[in-house]
Design a protein. Sequence first.
Lengths: 117, 110
Amino acid sequence: SQQGEEDPQALSIQEGENATMNCSYKTSINNLQWYRQNSGRGLVHLILIRSNEREKHSGRLRVTLDTSKKSSSLLITASRAADTASYFCATGPQGSSGGTSYGKLTFGQGTILTVHP
Amino acid sequence: EAQVTQNPRYLITVTGKKLTVTCSQNMNHEYMSWYRQDPGLGLRQIYYSMNVEVTDKGDVPEGYKVSRKEKRNFPLILESPSPNQTSLYFCASSFLGKLFFGSGTQLSVL
């Protein structure tokens, strides 16, 4: 069943601009993750934020989590043409043993980001 | 290099002809899973395994089988493929809740 819903479905920007993608989910979570997929290839893990965290950074990526609104955002700053890809949020269920979700993630449908040189 | 390897990358078959998609990981991860990706439906989990000889159904298990005889391998078996199983398939292993994906298998069932 779908849990995360990304918004927008597609985003087109110029190199150097910032890109913001949003994710909303329905049920309580243990963690929320963002993944990147280049055209038909395997997804690559970008960042994980736990339910007790509000913001996390990794290089040019900034993720926020608002559990009261059941939403998250991914910000890519100073985008590059190489950032062109699909971006997915995925949620790990609450109540997982040891604070992990054993990979039982539920994915949204993704945001297609195009960065023009 | 740490990786999840699946084969083949592309596969075209006919309805009813049994096939196996192999998946192997070299990271000693206990958890492995299979997903399928379809336009408009995103990624959906087919089966997962929490350790050797421990497997369970995901969200869309019908028409699929898996086995986990060794920690590193988690093959996906389609006993009698049908056209609605045409899809892009991904194997993944997991550590601390993060998934590591293979490169995918594009399957077409005619």
